[in-house]
Structure formats: C-alpha cells, structure tokens
Design a protein around this ligand. Structure first.
Ligand code: DX5
Ligand code: ZN
Length: 224
C-alpha cells in the first residue's frame, strides 16, 4: 500500500494546524517535515519547536527530513520533540551506521537519504540498518522543483537490491511529485511518496491529496 506524505514546506505556516486537520480528515497517515539549516542546503526552515507544536496538534506520524550539516548533534532534539521517523543524508554522515543506530536508540525510526547525484551503491552496507530509504528526486532545498527523471531508475535498482537481500525496507521519494508522475514512481518501487506543492499550492489540498493517493493505489493494482 503506497502512502502519500504531504510536505508541510509548502503549507501556510500561519494555518498549519488547520491544514494538517484537513489532511487528517482525508485519512492521511504521515506528514513530511523538512528541516533545512542554510548550510547543507541553501535554505532555512524550521527546528524542534515547530515539531513539538505539531506533535500536540496531530496524531499523524511525523517524518522529519534533516537537511542539515550536523545531524548527530540535532537528531535527538527532533525525536524528543515528537518525531516518529527521522532521516539523515548520507552526504552528511561520515559515521552513518552510528547515526542510524543513535536515532533508533533515541526512539524513532531511522531513515537514510541520498541526493540525486549520490549513487545507491553508497548505501550498500547499511541497507539492513536503515528503517527506510529516501531517494531525492530533486536537489534538496526548495519545494516546487522539477522531478529528475533518472531518479526512477535509482528506485528500480534500489528496490531490486533490497529484494535480492530479502529486506522489506520501504523506499520513499521526495521532490517534484505530481498527479502526472506519482503512478510511475509507485510502479518503480516507491512505497512512501512525498508531495508538497502539488498538495498545498492548490485550491483544495485534501482533494489533491486524495487524487495522488488514488493514482498511487491504482498504479499498485497494475503492479501486482
Ligand atoms: C525539498 C524537500 C521536499 C519538498 C518537496 O528539498 O525535501 O520535501 O518539500 O516539495 P515538492 O513536492 O513541491 O517538490
Ligand atoms: Zn523532504
């Protein structure tokens, strides 16, 4: 079953609770929270206090995507603030095995993320350590960018590598997902689909969310 994870990066932050409530009413299960430090990526977004406020406002699972240079230093604060899942970029983690285990020890699921230019081979050794793997389909830093098509081939190869090793690790995709390409992503092997602007930059975010979910579900039906 494919899940759609709305990325609040494109939400109206002054009406966050209301917008999250609308998605919860549409039976959304997980929210994607983009944390940027202006260092690893050329943009700055939110920190643990916003995650703590969201935690009070919703029961949805919070998937926190750390686009920051020093995730070891800050990941625990996000778990303590209420993150259910925390992902870190391979490019920021010289001690990736240690970082993933630290996040799990703090009490969250630990994900690893790779940028479009980072080969999936860099994850070979940790495929059995990570709880999920996020393949970026844009260069991280901004919402509303264009999907990078070769990401799909990375997903296919990663999916095959996981299958070969008998690992049931969900693959997440993030960036440039629309109603026009969500089916292709799911057919390539994605289980968790992040979508920001194609949900929140529409007149009816709940309807946009439901359309993505419907298309993802239909793609899966074709796959089986
Ligand atoms: C990009 C972020 C994404 C972003 C996706 O750096 O990690 O989660 O919000 O936005 P869209 O879906 O608009 O590409
Ligand atoms: Zn993200």
């Amino acid at each position: 079953m494919a899940e759609i994870l709305p990325s609040i990066l494109s939400a109206d932050f002054a009406r966050l609770s209301e917008q999250v409530g609308i998605l919860a009413a549409a039976d959304c299960k997980m929210l994607h929270v983009d944390v940027m430090d202006g260092h690893f990526v050329p943009n700055i977004t939110i920190g643990p206090p916003v995650v703590a406020s969201l935690r009070k406002a919703t029961k949805l699972k919070l998937d926190v995507h750390l686009m920051i240079s020093d995730p070891d230093r800050y990941a625990p604060a996000f778990v303590q603030a209420g993150a259910d899942l925390v992902s870190v970029h391979q490019e920021t983690c010289p001690h990736l095995d240690r970082t993933l285990n630290m996040i799990r020890a703090e009490g969250a699921k630990a994900g690893v993320v790779i940028n479009p230019g980072t080969p999936i081979a860099t994850l070979d050794e940790v495929l059995g350590v990570a709880d999920y793997i996020l393949v970026m389909s844009v260069n991280p830093g901004f919402g509303g960018q264009k999907f990078i098509p070769y990401s799909l081939d990375k997903v296919r190869r990663l999916s095959a590598a996981l299958r070969d090793r008998g690992l049931a690790v969900p693959i997440e995709i993030d960036g440039g997902i629309t109603a026009g390409n969500v089916a292709e992503a799911v057919r390539a092997g994605v289980e968790w689909v992040v979508a920001g602007s194609s949900i929140f930059n529409t007149p009816d975010p709940a309807a946009a969310f439901m359309e993505l979910r419907q298309r993802a579900g239909a793609a899966l039906a074709v796959r089986v």
